[in-house]
Design a protein around this ligand. Structure first.
Ligand code: SAM
Length: 366
């Protein structure tokens, strides 16, 4: 059986992901207190000489270095000399060379391995839709900004690139896929977790006020993505079929959707998972915050566009027909981000990719 995963999802390679995503690091740093609390509640008896943690959907690993450093410190405090296995997991198309370099201190980031003895980073190309570690072997499962990627695309949208712009049956198909995928993610973790083990999951969401990534009151980022690509269709630069294939295989769940499997006879509850805490948070776009300070629209656009590009480019590029010469596909994608950059340069106010997440802490009760 092949690993279930949506096609064409890769973050920018060569360590560029972490260089361009200071905001994602802020999101993880904001989860560190939850991680420390989780480690503090893992029963001492559950850890027999080895503490295993995972970072699911870690990309190049650069954004979680600080969180992992703090987690190892907390493990040492609670479990003494226990060895620590850090299982970095992402899907097979991820740039694992960049990940290995960054974790081993060769990627220009401040690593943690020199600070501790008995820490063992391991690299897994197994999707979080499957079990990543053997049954009962996980003490802390962590994931940030990854579980909004669905296991597959339930269909192409006719009039938008993202489910946030879908309506009716089209939206319901995405919602149903997201429900099924959330259940799968939780059930696989329930198998992995040792009794008393915990999860800290930080997942993009649609918050209680209807806000989501890049839509927090100013310019709606996905609406701009869509309008720009529609413009490319109208100019004849891309075909209607290519435009439809640009649908991102993502969904932003609500807190009710996150909570449902834990309630009553829900699948997570039956598998022994308890939702200990959940809150939504908005983490401001660092590039928009910088712009407020320096006021230079060109500098803002130059810094801002790469952060959108890191996670969206592979899907847009993959949607362009392979009958086009390789260089042509690249040129179209370059033109798209150039056009977005020009919009930001000309009318910078209101542009921001604020992050909107649900922060959850979950325990395996038995
Ligand atoms: C935006 S990056 C987040 C990276 C990092 N966790 C952070 O917060 O900065 C999302 C990551 O999720 C990964 N991903 C998407 N679907 C996945 C799956 N089914 N299993 C594992 N990783 C997946 C992508 O490959 C990508 O590296």
């Amino acid at each position: 059986m092949s690993t279930p995963q949506a096609e064409n999802i890769t973050m920018s390679a060569g360590g560029r992901y972490s260089l361009a995503t200071a905001g994602a690091r802020d999101v993880i740093d904001g989860a560190t207190k939850l991680v420390v609390r989780a480690i503090g509640e893992v029963p001492v008896a559950a850890v027999d000489g080895v503490f295993t943690m995972s970072d699911m959907g870690c990309a190049d690993g650069g954004t979680s270095l600080g969180m992992v450093r703090t987690a190892i410190g907390a493990v040492r405090e609670r479990f003494g000399r226990a060895a620590v296995k850090v299982v970095y997991a992402d899907q097979p198309r991820n740039d694992f060379n960049a990940l290995a370099r960054i974790v081993h201190g060769l990627g220009g980031f401040d690593g943690y391995l020199e600070e501790f003895d008995g820490v063992f980073p391991l690299f897994s190309a197994t999707s979080f839709y499957r079990a990543i570690v053997p049954p009962g072997g996980l003490h802390l499962g962590f994931s940030a900004t990854a579980m909004h990627w669905l296991s597959g695309k339930p269909g192409d949208l006719a009039a938008h690139v993202h489910a946030v712009g879908a309506v009716g049956d089209e939206r319901e198909k995405f919602a149903a896929q997201a429900r099924a995928d959330w259940q799968t993610i939780l059930l696989r973790r329930a198998e992995e977790l040792a009794p008393g083990g915990q999860l800290v999951l930080v997942v993009f969401c649609m918050d209680e006020r209807g806000r989501y990534l890049g839509n927090t009151g100013g310019v709606n980022m996905f609406a701009r993505f869509n309008a720009l690509w529609r413009g490319f269709v109208e100019e004849g630069a891309v075909t209607e079929g290519e435009y439809r294939a640009m649908t991102l295989p993502q969904f932003y769940r609500t807190v009710e959707e996150f909570r449902a499997p834990f309630e009553g006879e829900g699948a997570a509850a039956r598998a022994g998972l308890e939702l200990l805490e959940m809150e939504t948070r908005v983490v401001p776009c660092p590039f928009a915050a910088d712009f407020k300070m320096h006021g230079d629209a060109d500098k803002f656009a130059t810094a801002y566009i790469p952060t959108l590009r890191t996670w969206s480019e592979s899907v847009f590029y993959g949607a362009l027909s392979t009958a086009r010469a390789g260089g042509e596909r690249r040129a179209i994608v370059d033109n798209f981000y150039r056009a977005y950059g020009d919009e930001v340069r000309n009318h910078p106010d209101g542009h921001a990719m604020d992050y909107v997440h649900a922060y959850m802490r979950i325990r395996k009760t038995r």
